[in-house]
Design a protein around this ligand. Structure first.
Ligand SMILES: O=P(O)(O)OC[C@@H](O)[C@@H](O)c1c[nH]c2ccccc12
Length: 329
């Protein structure tokens, strides 16, 4: 079956489910998605939990908070205003192109270096945290792109950090590392200077991903679509227009990190991925040149690294330690 035909068929199935009154969570569950939405952004968490029980894991908890946060953001900056400022933002930089070029130039996976202060699994990673200083050090030492965490509650990041890094004159393309559940966040990310956004397959239905990809395309943003397991990989490979897939070695539900996840998924799907010209990013839990070599041999063209860089006294110098050599621009 032609890809387009299959795509239309999948859309039709999902639309039919909508029309038959299936809830968002039922549709998601049909696709193997375990994360539920409460869809009650005006309710208190106590009311939500009375209805749905406690969140089943940390990712679900983050998403429930995010739904409320997005509603608050929308009330502060209505969608039409955010769309307008996204339209006025300076043009995007080519995130995909920067990764492909750096991979070719250095002969090792391109680096997406993450500006990360804290995480729910590791707590605070760095006390004296200056996002601009860290971003500039990463750029100076050969990072191809940067990832800026914007979630405040769990990662102590902010959209302000993203904007500050952009305004400080950093030239690397910037990934907005956010838990996107609504299109408003994509326009907002662009308005604040993002060149790419993360879309997490574990929380988004196929139709969500397709709609968000379309918005990204309109805005010139690259989408990094994150998968963690076989089912998510299969879903994402069935969607047209995907350029970049991130394989997260860390489960966002259990925090277990296992770099062999990248290898297993690429053993099975590497050929299909190469045929489509998709670049793969190995994400999380990479600390040594051996770790980088392992995911490189598995077939990744880029790596996304936070903790092992940000924890060292000089995160820029740490890059040569991670790759076993200096990276050049
Ligand atoms: O700090 P690490 O283990 O190098 O991981 C970086 C990055 O992969 C991780 O922060 C991450 C990957 N996917 C995410 C989704 C949301 C928040 C964070 C992430």
């Amino acid at each position: 079956m032609e890809a387009l035909e299959r795509d239309q068929m999948l859309n039709a199935v999902e639309l039919e489910q909508w029309e038959s009154g299936k809830s968002v969570n039922d549709i998601a569950a049909c696709q193997g998605i375990r994360i539920r939405r409460h869809c009650r952004p005006a309710a208190s968490m106590a009311e939500i939990e009375a209805e749905m029980g406690a969140p089943r894991n940390i990712l679900e908890k983050i998403i429930w908070d995010k739904e409320i946060e997005v509603a608050q953001g929308l009330a502060r900056s209505p969608l039409n205003e955010v769309i307008e400022s996204a339209g006025k933002a300076p043009p995007t930089r080519d995130f995909y192109g920067a990764l492909a070029a750096a991979h070719k130039r250095n002969g090792v996976p391109a680096l997406i270096a993450e500006v990360k202060k804290a995480s729910p699994s590791r707590g605070v990673l760095r006390e004296n945290f200056d996002p601009v200083e860290i971003a500039q050090a990463y750029e100076k030492h050969g990072a191809a792109c940067l990832s800026i965490l914007t979630d405040e509650k769990y990662f102590q990041g902010s959209f302000e950090n993203l904007q500050k890094v952009r305004k400080a004159g950093v030239k690397c393309p910037l990934l907005c590392k956010e838990f996107v559940v609504d299109k408003w966040q994509i326009y907002y990310a662009r308005a604040m200077g993002a060149d790419a956004v993360l879309l997490i397959a574990a929380v988004l239905t196929d139709l969500d991903i397709k709609c968000f990809l379309r918005i990204c395309k309109e805005l010139g943003l690259t989408a990094l679509i994150e998968v963690h397991d076989e089912r998510e990989m299969e879903r994402v490979l069935a969607i047209n227009g995907v350029q970049l897939i991130g394989i997260n070695n860390r489960s966002l539900e259990t925090f277990i990190v296992d770099t062999s996840n990248t290898k297993t998924l690429l053993e099975k799907h590497g050929d299909a991925i190469r045929e489509k010209g998709i670049l793969v990013v190995g994400e999380s839990g990479l600390f040594t040149p051996d770790d980088v070599a392992y995911v490189q041999n598995a077939g990744v063209s880029a790596v996304l690294v936070g903790e092992s860089l940000v924890k060292q006294a000089d995160p820029g110098q740490a890059i040569a330690g991670l790759f076993g050599k200096e990276l050049v621009h």
